[in-house]
Design a protein around this ligand. Structure first.
Ligand SMILES: Nc1ncnc2c1ncn2[C@@H]1O[C@H](COP(=O)(O)OP(=O)(O)OP(=O)(O)O)[C@@H](O)[C@H]1O
Ligand SMILES: [Mg+2]
Length: 228
């Protein structure tokens, strides 16, 4: 039986700027991602990968087309509703990790659960358990400025998954890691995702990482050219 689509995009058009400065970045992108799938997105720099991920993650709007996530049509939602939807259902790993500099690694990972008003004790326990899976339990009290680039990325991935979101969107989460450590990080993410039944979409330039996902979508100059 075919699994139902958890993310469905139809003819998404995204333009930055207006008039002479208008830049058409997504040129009618359509895709369908099934529940529990692990998918990679590849393509050259500037192709629109981050833009597409931001749109799917409700971080950014689009001009035309339709997007449904978890069966809900998102094009009409207000910014407040979008951010509430995101906090509840989507874990996002940013291309630049975006950890909060004044908070410790542990507090950063607890944050999504605190924002949705889970109890502090539960958030702390969940955060520690996920941080352990990434082998970072001896860095709980370090602030991002006291962590290496690769350690920040591991903490950012832990933060994305701690609240057991339905969907995890990760934008090149292994940029500061060598290929062996990237593979370890991604394997841990995929393992945790499978345990939680999460759907995972990961943007990567690393063919080794793409090869351990179930399917790769290639985007070139704002259009999907291949999906295999
Ligand atoms: N906020 C913005 N305003 C105007 N143009 C933008 C904005 N964000 C991105 N762009 C442009 O849109 C295009 C696509 O950017 P995007 O970040 O999606 O690329 P990408 O595929 O993720 O590239 P990379 O692999 O380098 O991360 C680029 O040409 C970029 O300059
Ligand atoms: Mg990008």
């Amino acid at each position: 039986m075919e699994k139902s689509a958890i993310i469905k995009a139809d003819g998404i058009e995204k333009v930055y700027g207006t008039g002479r400065n208008a830049l058409r970045v997504l040129k009618g992108v359509s895709l369908s991602i099934g529940e529990g799938e692990i998918v990679s997105i590849m393509g050259p720099s500037g192709a629109g990968k981050s833009t597409l991920l931001n749109v799917m993650g409700c971080l950014d709007g689009f001009q035309s087309g339709s997007l449904s996530v978890l069966g809900r049509e998102l094009s009409g939602l207000s910014v407040e509703d979008l951010s509430m939807f995101r906090n509840r259902h989507i874990g996002f790993v940013f291309q630049l990790h975006n950890l909060l500099p004044d908070f410790t690694a542990l507090e950063n990972v607890m944050m999504p659960m605190l924002i949705r008003r889970d109890r502090r004790q539960a958030a702390r326990a969940a955060a520690i358990s996920v941080i352990e899976r990434f082998g970072m339990e001896d860095r709980l009290d370090h602030r991002p400025g006291e962590l290496s680039g690769g350690e920040c990325q591991r903490i950012a991935v832990a933060r994305a998954i701690v609240g057991r979101p339905d969907i995890i969107l990760a934008d090149e989460p292994t940029g500061s890691l060598d290929s062996e450590n990237s593979r370890v990080l991604m394997n841990t993410l995929f393992e945790l995702g499978r345990e939680n039944g999460a759907t995972i979409v990961v943007v990567t330039h690393d063919a080794g990482i793409a090869s351990i996902t179930g399917r790769t979508i290639t985007i070139v100059d704002g259009s999907i050219t291949e999906t295999q």
